[in-house]
Ligand binder design. Structure first.
Ligand code: CA
Length: 256
């Protein structure tokens, strides 16, 4: 049986008073989630927690295909793709419902990146600037495209990637769960090679630690928990300007 090894950690960082990030590591479901809440005054942490809980519940309820689908089923996507897409749409609705009960949380929302791992197949869904990377002996590859203003400027050739990293608008995202806007949820599939790792993270990691530094740390240890701990430590050492979250997933060695 091929198993997976995974670890996750979140840290408030060195500047912020609250940690508005949430994450989930569920090896049994093969489900891994990072959500970065927005809205301040404790609302952001509510939003990111709603996302993690809603995704975990829906994915847990849809192990079998014999369920009435709560939303439109997209035949162009795999079953796992539909599970993640529906889970994110339900998270969006759940934040909206919470805002109706608590109008003081009006501005809250959340990014999300979620991975569902079955065997060697990874299905990814994301909204906002939380990222998924695949790392291996061949290097580090960013899988998700940020839904952010600076990423659009880079795509249009107006900013370079290094200008985007330090741009004053680098934190402006173009879509989020719960803010009432139209959602364009991206679903992707990829194969996880034997020595590959999947990293999900909030921008408090990717904004503080460069891709080559992330690769060095992850390739430097077999132990996923110590790699995650080192990633968080380096983000803190390099400023820790935002909440920092990392989830690392590897295929386990005991393949039979
Ligand atoms: Ca953040």
């Amino acid at each position: 049986m091929m198993g997976i090894r995974a670890a996750g950690k979140t840290d408030v960082g060195c500047v912020r008073k609250h940690n508005e990030d949430s994450f989930l590591v569920d090896e049994a479901l093969g489900l891994f989630v990072v959500a970065d809440g927005l809205g301040g005054h404790a609302a952001g942490e509510v939003a990111s927690r709603i996302v993690v809980e809603t995704v975990a519940r829906f994915v847990g309820e849809t192990l079998e295909k014999d369920r009435t689908w709560p939303l439109e089923y997209d035949p162009s996507l795999s079953y796992d793709g539909n599970r993640l897409k529906a889970a994110l749409l339900l998270s969006d609705q759940a934040i909206g419902e919470d805002i109706r009960r608590h109008p003081e949380r009006e501005t809250m929302g959340s990014t999300v990146v979620a991975g569902l791992v079955h065997g060697t197949t990874v299905t990814l869904a994301h909204v906002g600037d939380s990222r998924a990377y695949v790392l291996g002996p061949g290097g580090i590859r960013q899988i998700t495209r940020d839904h952010s203003w600076v990423a659009e400027q880079v795509a249009n050739g107006i900013l370079t990637p290094s200008e985007a990293r330090v741009h004053p608008f680098r934190n402006v995202i173009t879509q989020a769960l719960g803010n009432g806007g139209e959602l364009d949820i991206e679903i992707q599939n990829l194969d996880l090679g034997k020595t590959d790792r999947l990293l999900l993270c909030s921008d408090g990691l990717s904004g503080m630690v460069s891709d080559p530094q992330i690769l060095d740390i992850v390739e430097g240890t077999q132990d996923v928990q110590s790699a995650v701990d080192s990633l968080i430590s380096m983000a803190r050492e390099q400023g820790g300007e935002d909440n920092i979250t990392a989830v690392l997933v590897a295929r386990s060695e005991d393949e039979k």
